[in-house]
Design a protein around this ligand. Structure first.
Ligand SMILES: Cc1cc2nc3c(=O)[nH]c(=O)nc-3n(C[C@H](O)[C@H](O)[C@H](O)COP(=O)(O)O)c2cc1C
Length: 327
């Protein structure tokens, strides 16, 4: 299979790691990368947060050699702020792609006119994107949804506008903004769109198995597929999508011990990065995913989400899970 390019950047593989606020930190991206991620995205970064040097926002653009190629995703509502944010990123961050968030459904964001609220204003969205493309020295990509709601599905029109504005890849999360993250994604609304665009299309929405990926790509003509929630605790999903796309069989399911090893490796990376206390707090929500579907999952989840405060706690609990399942 031919490699897809974003501008001059050649992507190895067809799986993009989707941006997830509160999840896709640098260590998460570094942990997932070796499983076959072609391109990762940071969680969304507020252009105003950069502009006003919000301390937390400034940590969002950290990347590393291992992390690349990586896209940093900005959200904003006014080119004046975005322009300054791009200058800051270009001065202080190492990254490959700049992504524009036109998909966030959270009211706190959309009420300012940012995120998916742009989809209600096609002409403004076009002009904003054109200005960003002209400003950025990195290739620009964009991520959006099907439309604001079922009565306003305008994704196809917007995809063509974004292409004209100069973006180098478009990702579509096949839900409307009002659907949030629930309900079934509807790829029929972007049927064959990938074949009508001159730039690569990436599709997103409920990708939990290689078959989900293949089906969504086939139906839409997308060259790339985005893994978001499906990759939580299941990094081999990315390997398996690439394998199946290459005509190979997926790997056998990992053993409990293998999953515990993955969880521990990730826990160590996150604790090293955030510090033990903050790392443990974040891991309370993330580690249980590694054991979903296991017998006794509810107990494991409760144990992890209530009891971990340090890396030692994590090691003890994960070893317990490993040993229990050996019996
Ligand atoms: C907790 C969470 C945070 C997310 N944060 C972002 C974000 O910062 N930027 C973005 O473009 N999409 C974000 N998304 C959307 C995902 O990238 C993805 O498009 C969406 O979850 C659909 O894919 P899935 O159904 O396979 O999870 C987020 C999704 C979740 C669940």
């Amino acid at each position: 299979m031919e490699n897809v390019k974003i501008g001059d950047i050649e992507l190895k593989g067809r799986v993009v790691l989707g941006p997830m606020a509160g999840v896709t930190t640098l260590p998460y991206r570094e942990f997932m990368k070796p499983f076959g991620v072609a391109l990762s995205y940071s969680e969304m970064i507020s252009d105003c947060g950069l502009y006003y040097s919000n301390k937390k926002t400034l940590t969002y653009f950290r990347t590393s050699k291992k992390d690349r190629p990586v896209g940093l995703q900005l959200f904003g509502f006014d080119f004046h702020n975005t322009e300054r944010a791009i200058e800051i990123l270009e001065e202080y961050a190492d990254y490959d792609v700049l992504d524009l968030n036109f998909g966030c459904p959270v009211p706190k964001v959309t009420k300012t006119g940012a995120g998916s609220a742009w989809m209600k204003r096609p002409q403004e969205m076009y002009e904003y994107t054109r200005a960003v493309v002209a400003k950025s020295h990195k290739p620009v990509t964009a991520k959006m949804r099907l439309g604001w709601d079922q009565e306003h599905i305008n994704v196809v029109e917007l995809a063509h506008l974004l292409e004209q504005a100069g973006v180098k890849m478009i990702t579509i999360h096949a839900r409307t903004s009002t659907q949030g993250y629930a309900g079934t994604p509807d790829f029929s609304k972007i049927q064959d769109l990938g074949n009508d665009l001159s730039i690569p299309l990436c599709v997103s929405g409920d990708i939990y198995t290689p078959e989900d990926a293949l089906q969504a790509m086939k139906q839409t003509g997308a060259k790339m597929v985005m893994v978001a929630r499906g990759g939580l605790g299941n990094p081999e999903l990315i390997t398996n999508i690439n394998r199946v796309l290459n005509g190979e069989n997926p790997l056998p399911s990992p053993s409990v011990s293998q999953d515990a090893d993955y969880a521990l490796t990730f826990a160590k990376m996150l604790c090293d990065y955030l510090g033990e206390r903050d790392g443990a707090m974040m891991l309370r929500g993330l580690l249980p995913h590694f054991f979903s579907g296991f017998p006794g999952y509810k107990k494991i989840r409760a144990e992890i989400s209530m009891n971990i405060r340090s890396y030692d706690d994590i090691q003890r609990i994960l070893n317990g899970i490993r040993n229990r399942n050996k019996l």
